[in-house]
Design a protein around this ligand. Sequence first.
Ligand code: AMP
Ligand code: MG
Length: 321
Amino acid sequence: MKSNPAITTQLSYLVSIEKINSPRMSAILKVYSKVLKTMVDILLDKGFQWILPVILAKSTDPLWPDPNFSIEDRIELEIYGTRVKTMQSMIVHKRVLVSLGPPKIFTLSPNIRIENRERVATGRHLYEFTQLDLEIAYGKMDDVFRLFEELVKRSIEVVSKEMEEELKIFSRELRIPSTPFKVFKRRWLIEKYGEDWEEIISREFEEPVWVTDIPRQFYDYEDVETGEWRNYDLILPEGYGEVLSGAEREYEYEKILKKIERDGLRREDYKLLLELAEKRLLKPSAGAGLGVERFIQYICGVKHIGEVQPFPRIPGIVPDL
Ligand code: AMP
Ligand code: MG
C-alpha cells in the first residue's frame, strides 16, 4: 500500500503523547466509563454473571471461515511445554461455561487479532480490542436482539443526556435510535445492493440494523434443511459498519464434527467442546460480542478507531507503549 502523507501524519498523531494529553482523549475516556457502566448495570440487573476474561488457551475462535476474515498472523507460544494461542474470541469458553455453569454470562474480553496491516486504512480495525461478549443458555436470536437494542439505545441516551460537554468537543449530534431495529436477510441485501451491501446500508440507513443468515464459523447454528444460518450482525449507520456479531449456536455432536471437518479445522483444537457435545452436555445457547472500541468510535463520531485507544493497536504500527 502506498502511504498517503495525510494519513501518515494523522497516524503519528494517534500514537503520540500529545494525543493522550488532549481534551478529545479525556472526553473519549469519560464516554467509555459512562457507556461501560450503563451496559454493565443493565446486564447485572438482568441477572447476568460478570466473568473475567481468559487470554491464553489451547482453544480459541478459528475466525474462519468468516467473510470479514483478514489476519496476517496467529500468535502461538509455549507455556509449561504446551502450545497455547492468544485469545481471538472467547466463544469456546462461553459455550462451555453456559452449558456447565451460570446460564447468563458476560465478559469484557481482550481479543488479539493480528489484522492484515493494510487494514490501517479502514479506520475500523485494531490488533487488540475488547468485546463485550455475552451468552445465554437456551437463548434465541430475538432475546439477543432485544437485549442489545436496549444496551445500545440506553448507552446513546445516557451519553446524549449526560455528556453534552463532551459531545460538543466532537461536534457530535447523536441520534437516538428507535427500537426494535429492522432486520434484513443477507441474501436479500446482496440481491439489492451487491457484494458491498454492508458499506452501502451502513451509509444509506439512518438507524442501526440487524443482518441475519451469514455463512461463517462452525459454531453458529445452520439449519440444514433451509441452508439458513441463525446468526446476525448489527450494522451501525453513518458508515460505521458492523459493531457486533452473534448467533444461536450448534450443540449437536455429529453436526459440529462435520462442520469442523468441512472447515478444515483440527478437531483436537475443540476437544473439550466435542466431548461435551458427545455427552449431550453442550446446551443450545445464543449470544453476541459487541466491539467496545467501535461502539465508542461511533458514539464520539471519530474517524479512526485508533483515536479511541490511549495506547492504540493500529494494524502495522507497534508504538512505544
Ligand atoms: P467478530 O465476532 O469477529 O465479528 O467480532 C465481534 C465484534 O468485535 C465485531 O463486530 C467488531 O465490532 C469487533 N471487532 C472485530 N474485529 C475487530 C478489530 N480488528 N478491531 C476492532 N474491533 C473489532
Ligand atoms: Mg463479525
